[in-house]
Design a protein around this ligand. Structure first.
Ligand SMILES: *[C@@H]1O[C@H](CO)[C@@H](O)[C@H](O)[C@H]1NC(C)=O
Ligand SMILES: *[C@@H]1O[C@H](CO)[C@@H](O)[C@H](O)[C@H]1NC(C)=O
Ligand SMILES: *[C@@H]1O[C@H](CO)[C@@H](O)[C@H](O)[C@H]1NC(C)=O
Ligand SMILES: *[C@@H]1O[C@H](CO)[C@@H](O)[C@H](O)[C@H]1NC(C)=O
Length: 171
C-alpha cells in the first residue's frame, strides 16, 4: 500500500509543501537486523477510542468511511483500554515486529499528529520520505501547520542502525 500525501506547512515567512510517502517495508523476520534501521509504525486512534468504542476496521476502511483524503494511517491501529496514549515501552517489548518498519534509504522516521487545544487527538508513526518542495529532504525537526481547528505537527528523525528502540516517539 502506498500513501502519498501533501501538506502545506506555513511558518512565519515560508510556505512549505511536504511530500510524505509511506513505506510498507514491514518487518517479517523474528529478530531485528543489526544492519538495518527501524522506525515505529502504527496509528494511535486517540482518546475518543477505548475499550467501549472499539474499531474493527482497517486503515483503508477508516479512510474510506471518513473520506480522509491525505490523512495518514499506518497499520496496526492502536487503541488503548482507557483512551490514553499507548504504553510504547510495552508495545516495544511485546509487539516489536508489529509496530516497526524497516527504514529504507532516503526515508526518515516520522510522527504525524493532530492536536486540539494542545491535546494530542491521534498520531501516525511511520517510515516515510519528507520532502520540502524545492528544497532538500527533511531529516530532522518538527513542522507545524493549522488545519481548520486542528494543529498538525510532523516530527522527523533518523534512528540509528540496529535492534534499538526507534526515535520517532519524541516524548
Ligand atoms: C486524526 O484526527 C483528525 C482530526 O479529527 C482526523 O481528521 C483524522 O481522520 C484522524 N486520523 C486518524 C488516523 O484517526
Ligand atoms: C466488527 O466485526 C464484526 C465481525 O467480525 C462485524 O459483525 C461488526 O459489524 C463489526 N463492527 C463494526 C463497528 O464495524
Ligand atoms: C473498560 O475499561 C475500564 C477500565 O479502564 C473498566 O472499568 C471497564 O469495565 C471496561 N469496560 C469494558 C466494556 O470492558
Ligand atoms: C490508563 O491505563 C494505563 C495502563 O493501563 C495506566 O497506566 C494509566 O494510569 C491509565 N490512565 C488513566 C487516566 O486512567
Amino acid at each position: 500500500m502506498k500513501l502519498v500525501l501533501e501538506i502545506v506547512i506555513s511558518s512565519l515567512c515560508f510556505v512549505y509543501l511536504l511530500q510524505l510517502t509511506s513505506s510498507a517495508n514491514n518487518v517479517k523476520d523474528d529478530k531485528l537486523n543489526s544492519d538495518w534501521s527501524y522506525c515505529f509504525e502504527f496509528t494511535w486512534f486517540g482518546p475518543d477510542y477505548d475499550n467501549s468504542t472499539q474499531y474493527n476496521g482497517t486503515c483503508a476502511d477508516y479512510l474510506e468511511e471518513t473520506r480522509g483524503k491525505g490523512i495518514p494511517c499506518s497499520p496496526p491501529i492502536v487503541i488503548t483500554y482507557n483512551g490514553t496514549f499507548p504504553d510504547v515501552e510495552y508495545l516495544w517489548q511485546h509487539h516489536k515486529k508489529s509496530v516497526v518498519c524497516r527504514r529504507g534509504s532516503g526515508q526518515v522516521c516520522a510522527r504525524y499528529a493532530y492536536y486540539y487545544n494542545g491535546a494530542m487527538k491521534n498520531a501516525t508513526f511511520m517510515c516515510t520520505k519528507v520532502q520540502v518542495v524545492g528544497e532538500e529532504a527533511v531529516r530532522s525537526g518538527c513542522y507545524n501547520q493549522k488545519v481548520r481547528d486542528y494543529e498538525v505537527e510532523v516530527c522527523v528523525c533518523e534512528s540509528g542502525k540496529g535492534p534499538f528502540k526507534p526515535c520517532n516517539i519524541f516524548s
